[in-house]
Design a protein around this ligand. Structure first.
Ligand code: ATP
Ligand code: MG
Length: 205
């Protein structure tokens, strides 16, 4: 008997904290690409952000759990948080491939700013063979430049990078952290449960 072919979205990030930009992009892509589910995977020890202080992975994981609670198509995985040391997408994708039937397809959701960074990822050529990327635009990024970089990666490395037109959401974790430091509101930028968690745990002050 042939096992069913699952279409799985992956949303990876620091999620420090998770916000509506991440959630809206994931929801939009799940519907448009008819994905069976989206797995949110917070990074453990982020290799690209060693110069910046990152909130403990347990808090970031807890905030993702709260944010996705009401969506039956969303789940969270601690696969990277549980891995000691630096975590890399290539290892995560290999682990997921082991776990799921062979004919599963993985769609990795990224924002426009991540497209030019893909070639800095560990074993990025292998990563390109393990998943298809789905990129959404972010405010402040030149869509023509992002598209041409995506086409270049497709030509040079046989990557697959689809750029999907979704509503532009001008929210970033950096801005949320800054607002909290300045005692400004973060209402309507993150789910209420996440806002409550941030204040209850005194994060970002
Ligand atoms: P920071 O400001 O700390 O970098 P961030 O808001 O960019 O945080 P990340 O956790 O770094 O959030 O992002 C994870 C992924 O989600 C990245 O691929 C990023 O491009 C994408 N992303 C984040 N915010 C948005 C948004 N508002 N719209 C679309 N994609 C987004
Ligand atoms: Mg970012």
């Amino acid at each position: 008997m042939k096992s069913e072919c699952l279409r799985i979205g992956i949303s990876g990030g620091t999620f420090d904290p998770i916000h509506y930009g991440h959630l809206i992009a994931a929801q939009e892509i799940r519907e448009r690409l008819n994905l069976d589910k989206i797995i949110f995977i917070p990074v453990g020890d982020p290799p690209h952000k060693t110069d910046i202080e990152v909130t403990g992975s347990i808090h970031r994981l807890n905030m993702v759990k709260k944010a996705i609670e009401s969506n039956p198509f969303f789940e969270v995985s601690s696969i990277e948080v549980d891995r000691p040391g630096y975590t890399y997408t290539v290892d995560t994708l290999m682990e997921l491939k082991e776990k799921y039937p062979e004919n599963c397809k993985f769609y990795f959701i990224i924002g426009a700013d991540t497209v030019p960074q893909l070639v800095t990822w560990k074993e990025y050529r292998k990563v390109f063979t393990l998943c298809q990327f789905v990129a959404v635009m972010r405010p402040g990024f030149d869509s023509e430049k992002i598209c041409s970089e995506a086409r270049r990666l497709e030509r040079c490395f046989s990557a697959k990078i689809d750029i999907i037109d979704t509503p532009l959401i001008e929210i970033s974790s950096t801005d949320i952290r800054k607002r909290i430091r300045e005692s400004r509101s973060i209402k309507y930028l993150v789910p209420e449960s996440v806002e409550e968690y941030i204040y209850a745990n005194g994060l970002y002050r």
